[in-house]
Design a protein around this ligand. Structure first.
Ligand SMILES: Cc1cc2nc3c(=O)[nH]c(=O)nc-3n(C[C@H](O)[C@H](O)[C@H](O)COP(=O)(O)OP(=O)(O)OC[C@H]3O[C@@H](n4cnc5c(N)ncnc54)[C@H](O)[C@@H]3O)c2cc1C
Length: 369
C-alpha cells in the first residue's frame, strides 16, 4: 500500500508498533492472485527468488487415502509461492522505502479521530487518508471476529536431508478433522541459502496450555505416529517455545471505511488459513485502494474501493467458513463428507480446474471496476 501510494506522489508515513522489522511468524502461500499484485508493485522477481514454487496441495488420512489433491496448473505456469513472512515483509518494505515512504517504528496506534492518529504520547496528523493495516488485533477496527475452536502450532524448521517429501508440494495428513499435520516449503530467509519448511499441527485453543504442560517428546511421538514422514521435520524442535500458537478467527466488515479512513487486510476481514487467502486479500485490498485513490478524490475513492473488492472478499470469506470444519472440527460429519463425498467429486472434471482457480484466488474477479 505504501509503495503504491508513494509512487503516485503522495507523502506516505508507515507507523508500526514493532521496534524493528525482524523475522517473526512462519510461512504462507502467495497465490497467483497475490503474485499479480507483487508484480504490479515490482517485487515479484525478488519474492520468487526468496520463496519456492508450490505446484500441488496433497492431503491424506491415516489410512493413506488421498482426500485433497489440487494441482495449480498442469502446465506448471501458475503456482503458489511458499515464502517466509520475513522474506515477504522485507521485499515489500524495501519497495515502500525505495518509493519514498518512511517507516516509523515503535508507534502503536491507539485510535483515530478526524484525520489524526493517537499514539501513547502524541498525536500524528492531520492526514488526508489513514489506512488501517494493523491486522487482526488492530485497535482501530470495529470488527468483532468470532474465535474458532481450532488453531494450530506453527514452526519454521530447516528442510531436513532425510525426507523424500517433494519440495514443491504443500503436504498434509489428517485423522478425521481433529488432527492435522502439515509441511509447507517456504524457500529461504533473506541472506541465507538454507531451505526452510513451515510445519503446523492443528490444536484446539482450549487445549494449548495442556499441550505446553506435557513433554514435547509426547507430542512428537503422537505426531510421528499419525504421519511418520513428519518425524524428520520435528527433530530440530527443542521446546514448546520453538512453536507458536496461531489462533484463528472469522469475521468480515462489509463497510471497512469511514471518512478519511480505510481498512485493509485482516483489519477488515479475518478467516482461518484453510483456503490460504488472507495475505493475498490484504495485497488485493491495497492494490484496489491505491487504484481507486489514483482515479478520484479520497471521499469517492473509499466507496469505489469497497465496491471493487466486495464480491471477491465475500466469496473467499464464505468458502473459508464452509471449508474450515472439513479440516478442523471435533464433529464426525464434516470429515466424513470430505472423505466420502467431496474427495471423489474433486477428481471429476471440471472440479480440478475449479479447485485450482479457487486456491489461486481468482475463481471470481479479484478487483471489479
Ligand atoms: C498460521 C497462519 C498461516 C497463514 N497462512 C496463510 C497463507 O498461506 N496464505 C495467506 O494468504 N494467508 C495466510 N494467513 C493469513 C495472513 O497471515 C494474514 O491474512 C495477513 O498476514 C494479513 O495481513 P495484514 O497486513 O492485514 O496484517 P498483519 O500481517 O498482521 O500485519 C499487521 C502489522 O501491523 C502492525 N500493528 C499491529 N497493531 C498495530 C498498532 N496498534 N499500531 C501500529 N502497528 C500495528 C504489526 O506489527 C504488523 O506489522 C495465515 C495466517 C496464520 C495465522
Amino acid at each position: 500500500m505504501a509503495a503504491l501510494l508513494a509512487r503516485q506522489g503522495h507523502e506516505v508515513l508507515i507507523y508500526d508498533e514493532f521496534a524493528a522489522p525482524e523475522p517473526v511468524g512462519s510461512g504462507l502461500v502467495i497465490q497467483p492472485v497475490g503474485q499479480a499484485v507483487l508484480a504490479k508493485i515490482g517485487v515479484l522477481d525478488q519474492a520468487i527468488a526468496l520463496g519456492t514454487p508450490i505446484r500441488r496441495m496433497i492431503g491424506g488420512t491415516g489410512a493413506a487415502r488421498r482426500v485433497l489433491d489440487v494441482t495449480y496448473d498442469p502446465s506448471g505456469t501458475r503456482y503458489g509461492l511458499g515464502i517466509h513472512r520475513a522474506s515477504l515483509f522485507e521485499t515489500l518494505l524495501s519497495a515502500a522505502r525505495a518509493a519514498g515512504a518512511t517507516l516509523h517504528p515503535v508507534h502503536a496506534a491507539l485510535s483515530t479521530d478526524s484525520g489524526y492518529i493517537d499514539f501513547a504520547h502524541h498525536r500524528g496528523g492531520p492526514f488526508d487518508l489513514i489506512v488501517d493495516a494493523a491486522g487482526a488485533g488492530s485497535p482501530l477496527t470495529p470488527l468483532k471476529a468470532r474465535a474458532l475452536p481450532f488453531g494450530a502450532v506453527w514452526a519454521t524448521v530447516p528442510w531436513p536431508d532425510e525426507t523424500d517429501l517433494p519440495t514443491d508440494v504443500l503436504s498434509q495428513r489428517y485423522e478425521n478433522a481433529s488432527k492435522m499435520a502439515g509441511v509447507l516449503p517456504i524457500g529461504c530467509l533473506p541472506g541465507s541459502s538454507q531451505p526452510l519448511a513451515a510445519i503446523f499441527w492443528s490444536l484446539k485453543t482450549a487445549t494449548y496450555e495442556r499441550w505446553r504442560a506435557s513433554p514435547l517428546s509426547n507430542w512428537k511421538m503422537q505426531a510421528a505416529t499419525l504421519w511418520p514422514t513428519f518425524a524428520p521435520f520435528l527433530e530440530k524442535l527443542e521446546g514448546h517455545s520453538d512453536l507458536t500458537m496461531a489462533r484463528y478467527r472469522h469475521g468480515t466488515l462489509f463497510r471497512p471505511i469511514a471518512p478519511g479512513l480505510a481498512r485493509i487486510g485482516d483489519a477488515a476481514h479475518q478467516a482461518s488459513p484453510q483456503l490460504g487467502q488472507g495475505a493475498n486479500m490484504a495485497l488485493l485490498d491495497a492494490l484496489a485502494l491505491a487504484e481507486a485513490v489514483a482515479r478520484q478524490p479520497v471521499g469517492h475513492a473509499l466507496a469505489a474501493y469497497v465496491r471493487s473488492r466486495r464480491t471477491h472478499m465475500a466469496t473467499c470469506q464464505m468458502l473459508s467458513r464452509f471449508l474450515t470444519p472439513l479440516y478442523q472440527s471435533d464433529h464426525w460429519l464434516p470429515p466424513l463428507l470430505r472423505d466420502r463425498l467431496f474427495a471423489p467429486l474433486t477428481s471429476v472434471p471440471p472440479a480440478p480446474r475449479i479447485l485450482a482457480r479457487l486456491v489461486s484466488g481468482d475463481l471470481v474477479r479479484p478487483i471489479r471496476g
